[in-house]
Design a protein around this ligand. Sequence first.
Ligand code: ARG
Length: 563
Amino acid sequence: MDYKNHIALKLSEYIEMDVDSIERLIEIPPRTEMGDFAFPCFQLAKIMRKAPNSIAIELKEKFPREGFEKVETFGPYLNFFVDKSVFIGATIEKILKDGDSYGRTNVGEGKNVIVEYSSPNIAKPFHVGHLFTTVIGNSLYKIFKFQGYNAIGINHLGDWGTQFGKLISAYKRWGKEDALQKEPITELLRIYVKFHDEAENNPELEDEGRMYFKKLEDGDKEAVELWNRFRELSLKEFSSLYKTLNVEFDSYAGESFYSDKMDEVVKEIEDKGLLVESNGAKVVMLEEYNMPPCIIKKADGATIYATRDLAAAFYRKKTYDFYKNIYVVGKDQTLHFKQVFTTIKLMGHKWAEHCNHVDFGLVRFADKKLSTRKGDVILLDDLLNEAVAKTLDTINEKNPSLENKEEVAKKVGIGAIIFAYLKNNREKDIVFDWKEMLSFEGETGPYVQYTYARGKSILRKVEDSSEAVNYSMLSSKEEFELVKELQGFQGAIEAAVDKLQPSMVTRYVIEVAKAFNKFYNAHNILSSEDKDIKNARINLVKATLQVIENGLKLIGLDVVEKM
Ligand code: ARG
């Protein structure tokens, strides 16, 4: 039974509020003594012109007791204590019946949600900072889909701009063909860094770079060919990373895709009288919003990052008529997105409000901030390899005879990194700590995956039976607490959608694993004193594993059967 819905339905018979609104008000009390669900009567006080406390008492009298042990009031709250055995049975049966659809809804039906994520710059290494946007976006994309939204995953590649003029100039001066073949991004980074070093003493290089970008924008054959090669080679490297991470996109329409779609937007800005000249550049003034101007065209006529983002937003509106247009990009670009969204608003488009910058904190590793300019970056490849190698060491130590060790180490090691990224609110900075995140204990990916494998090993020892299960046998505190956790999956997903925080799901999965381990440690499942108890506990294990699996999938992790 869906208790929230049941309670809301019943309450709606006595109060003037629709079922959905009531359902949204129903809370899970922080302490078990306060019941399993609570309905606050404050909002009703206004409608009914009565004190919330007396409304609570009134409702308590009327509410039908079926399915509940008791209903009580607690000041302005109406508190529901569910009939535990009915609750436990209904929850477990629902999970087992729904299987990998447990938690799925269609609330988003008919709504297009764009999730833009990853968006690395071509010709530059994909670093651990890009991993942050990749895993957050991938998770949001999956969560939206699970809730019935039509999610569209876009990789807004950084593949256009003056830097490619510089790169062309650098390649023509210092590029090595064989190195480019062998390790494209390393070679492109080498010449890019060299360009910047040389330009410090030779500012004319900057002009040359600008000149090549102009050529690129004008479609010059040689420039376009070089750029295309840089792009293709970079994409090949990124694709293999995405494969390792099991991340997919519906579109790779990056900055270059908009190179021919900017004029239209610029014209609209101009027609609406918003384009002004400032030091030779064309800008939109935003001082009334306490922001520096949004630059649309530079003094040399070249368009910039913001112009391409404006074109992209209009294109997306036209193509997908989005309900939400989400940009998963680091905090350092907050001003940029504010400028872009405000410009759209000034142009008179209300949908500017549906554009959403989903930001996140910094990733630090041993006190270093990650940057690509000077070349002292931590490459994602190295990071993932190290996680897998370290996990393999742990497996060799704990379970040397495990089959498919490499395969397991991959899922667990890479999973540990993704998990560490999605464990806390995305705004929080991440400091990498190998020991902590790879540990099989504590709030980590390996801990949750290990919990799953542990449950699986129990299930391997029992035969499937189709006997009816008597759930009233599950009468301990640990069992009830675990089932309550399992019942809360939907709420965790809703919170993740509401706040655009995958961490809501990650934290939820951690709580499920903790509750499972408490249950596991307190009760002997396989040698339970009674056959009925054993069968009921086995179904509880099955249901728990299903929920862990569904939850992990939403944050981009796989389960492992053994580890
Ligand atoms: N390519 C940019 C970077 O790596 C991120 C792009 C963000 N998305 C956007 N629509 N501007 O910093």
